[in-house]
Design a protein around this ligand. Structure first.
Ligand code: F6R
Length: 254
C-alpha cells in the first residue's frame, strides 16, 4: 500500500486529482468508481477546473458510483445522483449513458443490485475506485459488519452514519434514510486500483483503525490492505494518530 501524507487538505486533493487524471488520460476507455461526501466535493471541483482548462476529456469515461440512499430519486437534492450531477456530471463531457448510480427507487432493489454488478462487469470492471472513509470505518456504505466478500446490496445505515450525514437533512439524523444501496467490499476490492482520500483531524482515529488496526469486518476500510494496488492520501491532520502509533511501534522493536 502506498500512503502519501501531505501538509494540507488542498495538497491531498491535488494529488488525488493527479491520479484520477492519469487514469482518464492514459486509458482508451477509463472506468472510474466514484464516491460522494464532503471530501469528494473538493476533488470534483478540481477535476472540473482541469476539464474547463482543456486538460481533461471525459468523453470516453464510464463511471459507477458506490452508493445511493433507498427511497430518494435522482431529482431529490439529497440523493447521490443529484450530488454527482451538481458537483461533476453537469460540468464535464460525460453523457448520461456513461453514468451509473444505483437506483434507490427501483421497484425491486435486489434486482437493481444484481443489475449494477452486471453493468460493472460488462464495462470491463472498474479501473480506479475513489473512496472516502466514514466515522464507522465504512467504505461506500459498508457499515459494520460487512463481509470482505460482500457484493452490491441493500444495507441498513448505522446511526453514526445517519448522524454524520445529517447536514444535508437539516441536521436531523432521523430524516436521513435508514437504508441504502452500496457496492460491497468484495465489489470494491475487484477494482484494479483503489484510491482512498481522508483529510482533517476528525478522520484521524478511524484512519488509524483502518491502517493499523486488525483486519476486521467491523471496519470495512481495513479491507483495502488486502488490495495489490492501493493508494491512501491523507493530510497531516488525518494521518496524525496513525503516524504516532506507527513510530511508537517502530521504537518498541528491540
Ligand atoms: C459516499 C461514500 C462514503 C463517504 C464517507 C466519507 O459515497 O462512499 O463512504 O466517502 O462517508 O464522507 P465525507 O467525505 O463526507 O466525510
Amino acid at each position: 500500500m502506498n500512503i502519501i501524507v501531505t501538509d494540507s487538505p488542498e495538497q491531498a486533493f491535488r494529488k488525488a486529482v493527479d491520479m484520477i487524471a492519469c487514469e482518464v488520460l492514459y486509458n482508451p476507455h477509463p472506468v472510474l468508481g466514484l464516491a460522494t461526501g464532503r471530501t469528494m466535493e473538493s476533488i470534483y471541483r478540481l477535476l472540473v477546473k482541469q476539464y474547463e482548462a482543456s486538460a481533461l476529456d471525459f468523453a470516453a469515461t464510464t463511471s459507477f458510483n458506490l452508493d445511493e440512499y433507498v427511497g430518494l430519486s435522482a431529482t431529490d437534492p439529497n440523493s447521490y445522483r443529484y450530488y454527482m450531477q451538481e458537483h461533476l456530471f453537469e460540468h464535464v463531457n460525460m453523457s448520461t449513458s456513461q453514468i451509473h448510480v444505483p437506483n434507490g427507487i427501483a421497484a425491486d432493489l435486489d434486482l437493481e443490485c444484481a443489475r449494477y454488478e452486471a453493468a460493472i462487469e460488462k464495462a470491463g470492471g472498474i479501473g480506479l475506485q475513489l473512496l472516502g472513509i466514514g466515522e464507522t470505518g465504512h467504505i461506500g456504505f459498508n457499515e459494520p459488519p460487512s463481509a470482505f466478500n460482500s457484493r452490491t446490496r441493500v444495507v441498513h445505515l448505522d446511526e453514526i452514519t445517519r448522524r454524520q450525514n445529517s447536514g444535508m437533512f437539516g441536521n436531523d439524523p432521523t430524516r436521513v434514510p435508514e437504508h441504502a444501496l452500496t457496492m460491497g467490499v468484495g465489489t470494491i476490492l475487484e477494482a484494479r486500483k483503489l484510491l482512498l482520500v481522508a483529510v482533517g483531524k476528525g478522520k484521524a482515529a478511524i484512519v488509524d483503525d483502518a491502517l493499523n488496526g486488525p483486519l476486521n469486518e467491523n471496519v470495512s476500510a481495513t479491507a483495502i490492505r488486502l488490495h495489490q494496488d492501493c493508494t491512501v492520501i491523507l493530510d497531516n491532520a488525518a494521518a496524525s494518530i496513525w503516524k504516532n502509533n506507527r513510530s511508537n511501534a517502530l521504537n518498541s522493536i528491540p
